[in-house]
Design a protein around this ligand. Structure first.
Ligand SMILES: Nc1ncnc2c1ncn2[C@@H]1O[C@H](COP(=O)(O)OP(=O)(O)O)[C@@H](O)[C@H]1O
Ligand SMILES: [Mg+2]
Length: 201
């Protein structure tokens, strides 16, 4: 089962490959053309804009809040009935310290506002908050894939692991295109085909 897409692809692996290629290109463009700089850090409109930009050529739902319930593994993300209310309260969460920013990120992951592509768009949103608020960014190449996924699976219950991982990978070189590009390439590989395993309930 493949998600309906604008590319007309019905083959699972082919959609995964094209989606990755296109959205990576868009992720880099987001940095290069200065769009990121104009977004207001930590807001839902910023995340929406990022998601729309990454996936507009691929999915009709780019930038649109989902209207289905979804889960990964045993974890059910916020039911779509409560999503708008959840997003409103997440937006109000403080973001002045490292801990507050990660806590906000964890809550946004629990919300998982989009049908697909939450990981990729929300990591950019997180990095954007670090950059604007703390003048730091994440060097994703320093974060191991399995460690990251385990920490995210654990994060709704305990955020100590994701905090530790992110803290150890923060750097001060905030405007380096190579760091950003390598980070995108590295962190995309976090899920690979597994990204399609989000269950619709
Ligand atoms: N079991 C889980 N519980 C909570 N969050 C998870 C779990 N598994 C993965 N995640 C988070 O969800 C993200 C994947 O969401 P998804 O919507 O598929 O985004 P993408 O398609 O961009 O990878 C991961 O990057 C991770 O941050
Ligand atoms: Mg996915």
């Amino acid at each position: 089962m493949t998600l309906e897409n604008k590319l007309g692809l019905t083959n699972f692996a082919e959609l995964a490959r094209e989606e990755e290629k296109l959205s990576k290109k868009k992720a880099l463009a987001l940095f290069e053309n200065g769009i990121l700089d104009q977004l207001e850090a930590g807001t839902f409109p910023a995340l929406k804009e990022i998601h729309k930009y990454l996936f507009d050529e691929i999915y009709d739902f780019a930038g649109e809040i989902r209207s289905v319930n979804i889960a990964k593994g045993n974890f059910r993300f916020v039911p779509f009935m409560y999503l708008s209310a959840a997003l409103e309260s997440i937006e109000k969460m403080p973001q002045t310290t490292f801990d507050e920013i990660v806590e906000k990120y964890v809550e946004m992951n629990v919300a998982h506002p989009f049908r697909e592509g939450n990981g990729r768009s929300t990591r950019i949103w997180l990095d954007h908050m670090f950059k604007k608020e703390l003048q730091k960014v994440v060097d994703w190449t320093q974060i191991n894939k399995e460690d990251y996924l385990l920490a995210m699976e654990r994060s709704p219950i305990k955020d100590i692991e994701i905090k530790h991982l992110l803290k150890s990978a923060l750097i001060e070189d905030t405007n380096n295109r190579e760091v950003y590009k390598k980070g995108i390439n590295h962190s995309y590989y976090y899920e690979g085909y597994a990204t399609f395993k989000t269950k619709e309930l």
